[in-house]
Design a protein around this ligand. Structure first.
Ligand SMILES: NC(=O)c1ccc[n+]([C@@H]2O[C@H](COP(=O)([O-])OP(=O)(O)OC[C@H]3O[C@@H](n4cnc5c(N)ncnc54)[C@H](O)[C@@H]3O)[C@@H](O)[C@H]2O)c1
Ligand SMILES: [Fe+2]
Length: 372
């Protein structure tokens, strides 16, 4: 079957990127965001770039958005009838905006509505992906919706918007970028195109995330991390992800742990798991990841072991715990959810492109390990 690599959205980046909004000056613009973006003046920053636009704001997105947020957001915009929806915020606001746009188009017969994504964390890559991760809090599940309709038309990467991200959120979201890039690089769907983006995203993240941690106001490091996040998003959108994300959606949905943090915790465990009994190609790919991270060893197994050790070290340096019990999660709760977690991780769409097929027993063993 012919494979394709997408050419959408238009990506504007750098210090002046926000001026790209002037093209919407004569439009009806709905902004989907959270309360912090409104109170901290970030919505005003956007409006100043398109002063003639007619604007309506839905500012009630919460982390890990649920279907209720999609219906409430769509109801807010129903009478306003936006030509354009701007998604402003972290992955949660971006995914909520995608869901709201599709709800308006498909259930309220509006549209078509243009979608502009303006990320304010360097993490999800949602500004360039066909994914929206929607939570079902009643059942404690997170579902990746995947459709070409969810790819934004325009992405604006303005590093000024990420300077206020607190250190703890910056490292969680930054480790999400590293996980996207490594999982895309070893995925069964990897190609020359996704490799190019994944390799660069690994190199940029490994170099600049510690710099962001050392100095939150380092605009050069923030800019490179923002670009890396977008590149990693392009890579996994084309190649798919793997078992880290499959398990992270299951654990994050049931235990409400920030997405990047649980990915960071799982990443070294899953690399260990995948690289045992790995095909020569997967072993070679992990070996190349290690080299990109500056870890040189002629024996692939040794290089991979040094790489997982380096990831564990950087997690510790960033204050990210190694296990759920270190994070303070009740052991009895994990034991009670064990079977549900295994089933949710195996059913998750991201698990399908993991380079090593995992059995229920394998996933249960990994859950016991991460439980601590
Ligand atoms: N669609 C995709 O392709 C994709 C990929 C990976 C993750 N996700 C999803 O994205 C969500 C996680 O996104 P995230 O990691 O960006 O976190 P988030 O959007 O949940 O935001 C985390 C916190 O950071 C705050 N924040 C955001 N920007 C800020 C800024 N500039 N200054 C200060 N505070 C700021 C938010 O208000 C929030 O409290 C999860 O639901 C995850 O499942 C989606
Ligand atoms: Fe992610």
């Amino acid at each position: 079957m012919a494979r394709s690599f997408f050419s959408c959205p238009d990506v504007y980046f750098g210090d002046e990127a926000i001026t790209a909004l002037s093209q919407f000056n004569d439009k009806r613009v709905g902004i989907v965001t959270d309360d912090f973006m409104v109170t901290s003046g970030k919505t005003r920053y956007l409006i100043n770039a398109m002063p003639q636009a007619s604007v309506c704001i839905y500012g009630e997105v919460k982390p890990d958005p649920s279907v209720d947020i999609l219906t409430a957001g769509a109801a807010r915009f129903k009478a306003f009838k936006p030509d354009v929806i701007i998604a402003l915020g972290g992955g949660s606001s971006l995914d909520a905006a995608k869901g709201i746009k599709v709800t308006l188009e498909e259930y309220f017969n509006e549209g078509p509505i243009a979608l502009i994504a303006i990320p304010t964390t360097s993490g999800s890559g949602s500004e360039v992906t066909s994914y929206a991760i929607i939570s079902d809090p009643q059942n404690g599940r997170k579902y990746p919706l995947i459709s070409a309709h969810l790819v934004p038309d325009v992405a604006i990467l303005d590093p000024n918007l990420v300077l206020s991200v607190p250190r703890a959120v910056a490292v969680d979201t930054g480790m999400d970028v590293l996980t996207h890039a490594i999982e895309a690089f070893v995925s069964t769907g990897a190609s020359d195109f996704s490799d190019a983006l994944a390799e660069k995203a690994i190199a940029l993240t490994w170099r600049y995330l510690p710099q962001v941690f050392n100095d939150e106001k380092d605009i050069t490091a923030r800019t490179h991390m923002h670009n890396a996040s977008c590149m990693a998003g392009m890579a996994f959108n084309a190649a798919g992800l793997g078992l880290v994300h499959g398990m992270a959606h299951a654990i994050g949905g049931m235990m409400h742990i920030p997405h990047g943090k649980i990915n960071a915790m799982l990443l070294p465990l899953v690399i260990d798991f995948n690289s045992k009994q790995a095909s020569p190609e997967t072993r070679d790919r992990y070996h190349r990841c290690a080299r990109i991270m500056g870890i040189e060893h002629a024996v692939p197994e040794q290089a991979i072991a040094l790489m997982t050790q380096a990831i564990r070290q950087i997690n510790r340096h960033f204050g990210i715990p190694a296990t759920l019990s270190e994070l303070g999660t009740d052991r009895a709760k994990i034991a009670g959810l064990r079977t549900a977690l295994v089933n949710a991780a195996l059913a998750d769409g991201c698990t399908a492109s993991n380079p090593r097929q995992a059995t229920a027993q394998d996933v249960a063993a990994l859950i016991d390990h991460i439980a601590g």
